[in-house]
Each structure stands twice: as structure tokens, then as C-alpha cells.
Design a binder for this molecule. Structure first.
Ligand code: NAD
Ligand code: LMR
Length: 334
């Protein structure tokens, strides 16, 4: 088996380290790095010297590079677009990034309609519906193959929870489902479902619990503020994006069973999830069982604590509007 993986936006803050991490995956034999800026060819030349199987090539938009980058791709990862500066919300990126994701999704429809698509570009809550609408219009939308990458929220939940309980070195031990969306209050960490369980003392201290949830929900702002205008999370995002891509590769192409990872996916046809959220919703991040077809099975949300039910309501106050904004952008462009 040899996989072709394309990174769209590969010259950027996420794209470069993500491409380097992907280069180290032995299942990938072709790595296509695409960007609007020509330096992507230098990035490809640089990464191409790493002594792993993937043959690496750079493609530039102006040179009709999208076709070359996408043709034959099994996996497409999209970190293309502008990042936040302090004071901005992810939704403030919509005006620029919506069009970028729409055009890249059209390229996927044209050149690799069966590829798995991993969308990182913000606002994820809207860019995933945008990509889905473009693929639907082209008659090639497969809901099992389109993923909004929310792994950074999962990674933050483990790290920040371990810190909050005074065991900062034990982040890898805690697996915590994070559901909902990828922006502020739409990010819903289900700390009550941590495996192993977090200590009861955390749940007994309402202020501490609230502070931890808030830190996970607004972890992106922590980085944006610390970078002070120079962008948002890039390195932890590259780690998280690679983590999800590697999980998908192992389950979809290497026969690994029991791989479950939260991701923002199409949930409209899943009666159990619709019931759990109490309204018709097209996209929601849920723990997804990955397999040869991609999202083989969506796991239910499980038992939510009363506090998590409150958080779910806050999430539902924002998420449907972000989804329809993305859908409208494609269906009824202004
Ligand atoms: P960046 O500005 O460093 O890099 C973006 C890259 O995209 C640049 O190289 C740029 O040239 C390229 N680009 C722009 N238009 C393009 C197009 N039409 N086709 C191909 N490439 C194009 O930004 P970054 O820090 O890498 O962030 C990228 C995106 O990822 C932002 O929208 C950011 O908000 C988002 N992000 C998402 C998550 C998440 O958890 N999903 C985490 C961090 C950042
Ligand atoms: C993050 O969560 O770090 C990303 O979505 C980038 C951002 O704008 O915060």
C-alpha cells in the first residue's frame, strides 16, 4: 500500500510542521505540498531530503498546481487560510477563509472525489459545511469522508485536565471526549467521561471545574494572545492534525480496529445524536469510530452531567447559526 497525501496551505505555520510529521509516516509514499506562495517548492525540497518513503513535491496555485497536487490523492489535509490576531473570533476569519475552502473543495470534487478530507481552516464550524455543500453540488459528497479536525481540543483537554488536577506529567493517560464544535462555547469537553476518571474532588469544586472547561474552550485564545499578533496555534495544531491523520490512516488503510477519535462530522442521518442534541443538526463533533470507509460509526454522546447539559445548551445557541452561514455561503452566495 502506498498513500498519496496532499497538504493544502503547506507553506504556512501549520502546513510546514504538519508536512514534516506526515513525511515520517511510512504508509505515505507521495506527499504533495500545495500553496499560493512559491516558497512551498522550497518547503518541499527541504522536507524531501528526509530519509523516509514519501516522495515530496511542491505545487503552486498560479502554475495550475491544484490539479497536480490533488490528482490521485487518498488523503487531503487543509490548513489553508488566515489565522486570528488578538481580539478576533474565528468567525471573523469567515470572509477570507470561506472562499479559500470553497475553491479547494471544488478542486477535491474535480480531481480526487474519493479522498478523505481533513479540514483545519477556521472557522471549522462553518468551513466543513462549506466543503460539504461544494461536494454535494458536484454529486460526490460522502459524509463518511469529510472531517473537521477538532483533535487540538482533545489534546488540550488531556493536557489542561492533567495540569488542573496537579499531575501535569500525566496528560497522555487521560482520554477525554470533546464534542460539539470548534469555537469557544461550542467546544464541549465531557470531563465526566474521562478515561480514567478525573478525581471526584474536581467535580466537587464548581469554580475549579468551570475554570478548567473555560480554559479548554478558549485554549486557542491563550496562544493567540501569547503570540501577540503573530498568529495562532501552529505547532500543537500540526501535532494534533497529524495525530488524527495517523489514526485515520491506521484504521482506513492498515486494518487497525477500535480506533475512535472525536471529529466534526455530518450527523444529520444519525437519529441517536439528533435525539441527544434535541434538534435537527447537520454537523457536530462526536467520537467517531474510524475504518476503511472513514467514519464507520458515530458514537453516542453518552450520559452528560447536569453541568454538561448546560454547556450543551450554550453550544446549541451558537453552532446551528455557524452551520447555516456556511451552507448559505455556497447555496446563496451574495
Ligand atoms: P498561516 O497564515 O501561517 O498559513 C496559511 C497558509 O495558507 C499560508 O501559507 C497561505 O499562503 C496559504 N493559503 C492561503 N490561501 C490559500 C489558497 N487559496 N490555497 C492554498 N493555500 C493558501 O496560517 P496557520 O497558522 O497555518 O493557520 C491556518 C488556518 O488554520 C487558519 O484558518 C487557522 O485559524 C486554522 N487553525 C485551525 C485549528 C483547528 O484546531 N482546527 C488550529 C489552529 C489553526
Ligand atoms: C485553535 O483552537 O488554536 C485554533 O482554532 C486557532 C485559533 O484561532 O484559536
Amino acid at each position: 500500500m502506498g498513500l498519496k497525501t496532499a497538504v493544502l496551505g503547506a507553506a504556512g505555520g501549520i502546513g510546514q510542521p504538519l508536512a514534516l510529521l506526515l513525511k515520517q509516516n511510512p504508509a505515505i509514499t507521495e506527499l504533495a505540498l500545495f500553496d499560493v506562495v512559491p516558497v512551498v517548492k522550497g518547503v518541499a525540497a527541504d522536507i524531501g531530503h528526509v530519509d523516509t518513503p514519501a516522495v515530496t513535491q511542491g505545487y503552486v496555485k498560479d502554475e495550475d498546481g491544484l490539479k497536480g497536487a490533488l490528482t490521485g490523492a487518498d488523503l487531503v489535509v487543509i490548513p489553508a487560510g488566515v489565522p486570528r490576531k488578538p481580539g478576533m473570533t474565528r468567525d471573523d476569519l469567515f470572509n477570507i477563509n470561506a472562499g479559500i475552502v470553497r475553491d479547494l473543495a471544488q478542486g477535491i470534487a474535480d480531481f480526487c472525489p474519493k479522498a478523505f478530507v481533513l479540514i483545519i481552516s477556521n472557522p471549522v464550524n462553518s468551513t466543513v459545511p462549506i466543503a460539504a455543500e461544494v461536494l454535494k453540488a458536484a454529486g460526490v459528497f460522502d459524509p463518511k469522508r469529510v472531517f473537521g479536525v477538532t483533535t487540538l481540543d482533545v489534546v488540550r483537554a488531556s493536557t489542561m485536565s492533567a495540569q488542573a488536577i496537579g499531575k501535569p506529567n500525566s496528560a497522555p493517560e487521560y482520554t477525554i471526549p470533546v464534542v460539539g464544535g470548534h469555537s469557544g462555547v461550542t467546544i464541549l469537553p465531557l470531563l465526566s467521561q474521562s478515561s480514567p476518571s478525573l478525581p471526584q474532588s474536581l467535580f466537587d469544586d464548581a469554580d475549579k471545574l468551570k475554570a478548567l472547561v473555560n480554559r479548554i474552550q478558549f485554549g486557542g485564545d491563550e496562544v493567540v494572545q501569547a503570540k501577540a499578533g503573530a498568529g495562532s496555534a501552529t505547532l500543537s495544531m500540526a501535532y494534533a492534525g497529524y495525530k488524527f491523520a495517523a489514526q485515520l490512516i491506521s484504521a482506513a488503510f492498515e486494518g487497525k480496529k477500535g480506533v475512535v477519535a472525536p471529529s466534526y462530522v455530518y450527523v444529520k442521518d444519525d437519529a441517536e445524536i439528533q435525539k441527544a442534541v434535541g434538534q435537527e443538526l447537520a454537523f457536530f463533533s462526536v467520537p467517531v469510530e474510524l475504518g476503511p470507509n472513514g467514519a464507520e460509526k458515530l458514537h453516542p454522546l453518552g450520559q452528560l452531567s447536569p453541568y454538561e447539559q448546560e454547556l450543551l445548551q450554550a453550544c446549541l445557541g451558537e453552532l446551528p447559526g455557524s452551520i447555516s452561514k456556511g451552507v448559505q455561503f455556497v447555496q446563496a452566495p451574495k
